[in-house]
Write a protein that binds this ligand. Structure first.
Ligand SMILES: [Zn+2]
Length: 318
């Protein structure tokens, strides 16, 4: 493994790809690589070669899972509609996976929120023919340089072609491919730009990053996220989702209502433990050493976000 990848970032999500980290034929913006952080840079590098798997869900919906956020693909006579567009460097494998479904063009893209592992492919997907729709805060963050302290990274303003051409505030409905898509903005949760996408007829619900299935989530305090907002959104998802729904998380395997309940319970449980330890006067380092997530760390902290990172973001919000 290259030395740049050693240390804390030996994530399960990236392990398959880590043995073949060679420079891919995909340009990584120099200004992004010039920064000293490791997590975001590693994500850019790994995504260049990480595999993308396609799984047919129900009706005309397929989910693509790779190094970044899960992509939903809705197919039909109107052309492909995507929900999210992965990390920019994943383009070759994402394009291949999309083309493996059928040869129809991509005509629409919806962003669940502004983060680089969901909206990173915006520009190339737009160039391929898609118009982009998102919450207004997604466009707000993408159009300017945005610092994310939790990742110690500043994302430069996105080029004009990567910006959503249409935005909404609270709710929005899209009709495409004989499908009704009901979009809804969450109260500030993972960020202030999170939306859910309900494919009504297929009864498939994409939660974006308000739900990480058996993975500790990132919480972006720099653009409106918090642990309490994360728990509140998990409650909202549980209230919305029925037993028959297929639930697409931002990260992790496709699941169902029981997985959302587990996520809420783990988030609320960790918050409670960390708050109690902090109240006793413990520093962040002492809280991390106390391992309040011992029962879930092996499974949930084995992905992109380590237990220590997650605890840092919980500690910050309690
Ligand atoms: Zn995110």
């Amino acid at each position: 493994m290259p030395s740049a990848l050693s240390g804390e970032i030996t994530r399960r999500r990236f392990m398959v790809a880590s043995g073949m980290l060679v420079a891919a034929g995909c340009a990584i913006p120099a200004e992004l690589l010039a920064q000293e952080d490791s997590l975001v840079q590693t994500a850019f590098r790994v995504a260049a070669t990480a595999p993308i798997t396609a799984k047919a869900l129900r009706r005309n919906i397929t989910v693509l899972s790779g190094p970044g956020g899960n992509i939903a693909v809705l197919t039909g006579a109107d052309g492909k509609l995507l929900v999210d567009a992965e990390i920019v460097t994943a383009r070759p494998n994402v394009a291949k996976a999309i083309a493996s479904i059928n040869s129809d063009p991509i005509t629409q893209l919806i962003n669940t929120h502004w983060h680089f592992d969901h909206a990173g492919g915006n520009e190339w997907v737009h160039q391929a023919g898609a118009k982009i729709l998102a919450h207004e805060n997604t466009r707000k963050h993408l159009r300017v340089d945005t610092r994310v302290e939790g990742w110690k990274h500043t994302f430069p303003a996105a080029p004009p072609g990567a910006l959503p051409s249409e935005v909404f505030d609270e709710v929005h409905t899209v009709h495409a491919n004989d499908t009704t898509l009901a979009l809804k903005h969450y109260l500030p949760a993972h960020t202030d730009s999170d939306i859910s996408v309900h494919f009504v007829e297929a009864d498939v619900f994409h939660c974006g990053d308000t739900f990480w299935n058996r993975n500790y989530p990132f919480i972006d305090y720099s653009t409106g996220g918090s642990i309490d907002g994360t728990i509140r959104a998990a409650e909202a998802n549980i209230a919305t989702v029925t037993d028959s729904m297929i639930v697409i998380p931002g990260h992790g395997a496709v699941g169902a209502k029981a997985d959302l309940i587990l996520f809420r319970d783990v988030m609320a449980g960790q918050r409670e433990k960390v708050a109690a330890l902090k109240k006793q006067g413990m520093t962040l380092a002492e809280v991390i050493a106390a391992k309040p997530g011992a029962s879930t760390d092996a499974e949930w902290g084995n992905g992109f976000m380590t237990p220590a990172l997650f605890l840092e973001w919980v500690y910050q919000g309690t």
